[in-house]
Design a protein around this ligand. Structure first.
Ligand code: ZN
Length: 498
């Protein structure tokens, strides 16, 4: 088995190779920190989190770098609107982003470089490009000359002629006049920008967007990366420009493999602020477990579009997200299964010879094969579902009269949950915490309070103690009509909202 990934550069699925055996240098473009993370970010970073976990789990030593773009027009504009310094504003959103990623169970990258802390490296890279004839100074700005780099367009599979036609329509006359070719792009923006101006050999100014990723990735990972990832919308121009900058400066291949994840679509359209169908990850976390969002992302192949559907209430407001609700049911099932496994009494576990079901014994092999095939997460989740079903069968058997289960099966199931946590980032929280939160949210959605339900359960217990079974049954029926199910057990009555 060996990992195969779809490489945007070749347009094909091909074996993943690294410069140094079993060491993978991975760079993923991070967020521009002027607002909260949305579903598009959640998708992108969950995908690369699974990829990095998969590489580690299959024997790679991974160095994972993901940047923060903290110098940008949108940051400057928003900071000015709010009367905040760009640095304060971006720090606030960096903290919020890190918090959201942790809730999605995304591992923290090994290095999280910020543009504002890499200005000397950026300037040095621009100087090198000027020296090598790939960049030119024009009226205080520095531009990259796309005609100086014959391979320009190789990543996005476009020709300079196509780009010329497209670019010239979008440019103002002043911008046109400064550039040699309409597709030339800015490396250094001359001028004074409030809160974001640095001195340079080309005069005061600040870096353009694309140069930062070339400078930061090469600083932290070397001149040639094993894998560069990002959203599909970054292929052109951002990643095309990164290739031109890095290869123009070093004369070496910048990244051997380019991976791009698909868009998030809302009601079949691309999610965007202008369409008014835009949800931050935090807004979704208020309605559902963050892990449900992670699971939802994993239900679709990373290269395919991810569609978010919703339902509306009578007033035309969004009332729910059926796909995330479904994902939350799967997450709930996962935790419930783990809880059942943990509750199997020691007395029911026997040192007996018994064949291990493949769903338990071959989980590792199955996850490995699924994810080696271009990170096929939906297939991996199907194996998870089989594993959970087999684990529930163990719990069912242990719950029958005199039923016993083999210790080898219990151990395989426990190991399976550890694998899911490490490899997929699923099921790592305390089961009762997650289940309680899901139940409380569902109760709230039905207009019920946990205390009121507990109160009814106490009344029912009292009625039963007094042998008033008609009253006890009436309370059960009353709760059932509200959507609450009661479960009587040896330790009392518990409730769920299915
Ligand atoms: Zn980037």
């Amino acid at each position: 088995m060996a990992l195969r990934l779809h490489n945007t550069l070749s347009g094909r699925k091909e074996p993943f190779t690294t410069l140094v055996p079993n060491v993978a240098n991975v760079y993923v473009c991070g967020p521009t920190v002027y607002d909260y993370a949305h579903l598009g970010h959640a998708r992108c970073y969950v995908v690369y989190d699974v990829l990095v976990r998969h590489l580690r789990e299959t024997g790679y030593e991974v160095k994972f770098v993901r940047n923060y773009t903290d110098v940008d027009d949108k940051i400057l504009k928003r900071a000015a609107e709010r009367g905040e310094s760009p640095r304060e504003l971006s720090q606030r959103f960096i903290d919020a982003f890190a918090e959201d990623m942790a809730r999605l169970h995304c591992l923290t990258p090994d290095v999280e470089p910020r543009v504002s802390e890499h200005i000397p490296e950026i300037i040095a890279l621009i100087e090198k490009l000027v020296e090598r004839g790939h960049a030119y100074v024009s009226d205080g700005d520095v531009y990259y000359s796309v005609e100086s780099f014959p391979d320009y367009g190789k990543l996005s599979h476009r020709s300079l002629d196509q780009l010329k036609a497209g670019a010239s329509e979008r440019l103002s006359d002043t911008e046109q006049a400064r550039k040699k070719h309409p597709a030339d792009f800015v490396l250094w923006k001359g001028g004074v920008h409030e809160g974001a101006t640095w001195e340079s050999p080309f005069g005061p100014g600040r870096p353009g967007w694309h140069i930062e990723c070339s400078a930061m990735s090469m600083k932290h990972l070397g001149e040639t990366l094993d894998l560069h990832g990002g959203g599909l919308d970054l292929v052109f121009p951002h990643h095309e420009n990164e290739v031109a900058q890095s290869e123009g400066a070093t004369g070496r291949c910048f990244s051997n493999c380019w991976v791009h994840n698909g868009f998030v679509e809302v009601d079949k359209e691309k999610m965007s602020k202008s369409l008014g169908n835009f949800f931050t990850a935090r807004e979704l976390f208020e309605r559902h477990e963050p892990e449900a969002l992670r699971y939802f992302v994993m239900t679709v192949h990373y290269r395919a579009p991810l569609s978010l559907d919703w339902t509306l209430d009578d007033e035309g407001k969004v009332s729910g997200f059926p796909s995330i609700e479904e994902a939350e049911r799967r997450v709930e099932y996962l935790y419930r299964t783990r809880l059942r496994l943990e509750s199997i009494p020691e007395a029911r576990i026997k040192e007996e010879e018994a064949p291990l079901p493949d769903e338990l014994g071959k989980l590792r092999e199955r996850l490995h094969t699924a994810l080696d095939d271009d990170l096929n997460m939906p297939v991996a989740l199907a194996h998870v579902a089989d594993f959970l079903r087999a684990t529930n069968e163990l719990a069912d058997r242990a719950a029958t009269k005199k039923g016993t289960v083999a210790r080898s099966a219990i151990e395989a199931a426990r190991e399976g949950f550890e694998l899911l946590g490490r490899w997929l980032g699923l099921g790592t929280e305390t089961p009762s915490d997650v289940l309680d939160r899901i139940r409380a949210r569902r109760a709230r959605a039905l207009g019920l309070s946990g205390e009121a339900i507990e109160q009814k359960i106490a009344e029912r217990a009292e009625a039963r103690a007094q042998r008033d079974f008609a009253r006890a049954d009436a309370i059960r029926d009353e709760l059932a009509a509200l959507g609450v199910e009661l479960h009587d057990g040896p330790n009392g009555t518990t409730w769920t909202i299915p």
